[in-house]
Ligand binder design. Sequence first.
Ligand code: LCS
Length: 385
Amino acid sequence: MNYNSKIVKVKKDPGHGSHIPPIYMTSTFVFNNVQEGADRFAGTDSGFMYTRLGNPTVRELEEKVAELEFAEGCLAFSSGMAAITGCLMGILQAGDQLIAHTALYGATHAFITKTLKKFGVEVTLVPFKTAEELEPHITARTKAIYFETPSNPTLSLVDIKSVADLAKQNGILTVVDNTFLSPYLQNPLLLGIDIVVHSATKYLSGHGYLIGGLVVANNHIIDPMRKEVQKNMGAVMSPMDAWLLYQGIRTLHIRMDRSQENAKILAERLEKHAAIKEVFFPGLSSFADNEIMQKQMKGPGAMISFVVNGGYEAGVRLMNNVKLCTLAVSLGDVGTLIQHPASMTHAIIPKEERETAGIWDGLVRFSVGIEDVEDIWTDLEAALS
Ligand code: LCS
């Protein structure tokens, strides 16, 4: 079956034949007798017990995402951060070394550099693009490598396959945050990565109506994580959110195609605009990592970052004057969102570290939506002038 058809397909409802799968909005499940309950807890009967331990609506969503990421399994969490923290708590222990990229979403950076360190994990932050830059930092205690590609908000890229190959040779687990592209535009598992994480709040849901997260991997990783992390830490996705997310995913390809087309047009026009100093968009031939993009991404995505001439003050004036675009954090919505990383999404990162990662005070981040591109451009141009 074609990938786009897999995105849209719904599973047949075994109950009443409803076209759209029902929502199992229940905290617990009834056992016919004590033996059945005992068998389910023992794992010899695969029936459901209690929604923190598994729920049919959530399971259906997990199966769909696993299919779209070419993985055997998936775990749904209550937020992207719950997925990321659960995943890292699941694979690391005190004494391990984690190598993470310097360019990360603010809360991920804070969790890795503060919380994980508190639990005795040694953290090494490295600004790598390829395995070569990473290799000197690998030690006998390196357990995992973590990165975003494209990164939030600089859109810098990492050569996924080169890092996956190096990690495999050294028995190290690799984790990629694939939020900025969604499974429609990039599939890290097919390039040798062990685990993919997503903030499902973004492109996968697409409509800005929920907070959710996903960990996607093969069963030797997913099964223990389901039994330990998801069940005992308990940050599970609610059945209602899983249902909304499932419905959001069914239009992923057409939303991504449209916002990506808009982004290509806008990035080119921004690059030529007299008021703009610099544009970061993987689809531009001037983009530093354009070559890596050609190797591993099916398209450049729909996130653009740029610096306005006049730096911070000029960026603030722009953001305060947009009318169609919305001044708000988050991304991947059908509507265009604009925000200021240094004071918002990445404010938690100390200024010096932020600037090392390329997150200057003048940087503006733009999540392009599916509106008419000329309307977005008219809005931007008016605010820029
Ligand atoms: N990973 C990436 C790449 C993100 O951009 C975010 C959130 C997360 C993980 C965490 O996901 P959440 O818990 O929010 O579902 N990024 C945000 C942003 O750039 N603006 O607001 C939130």
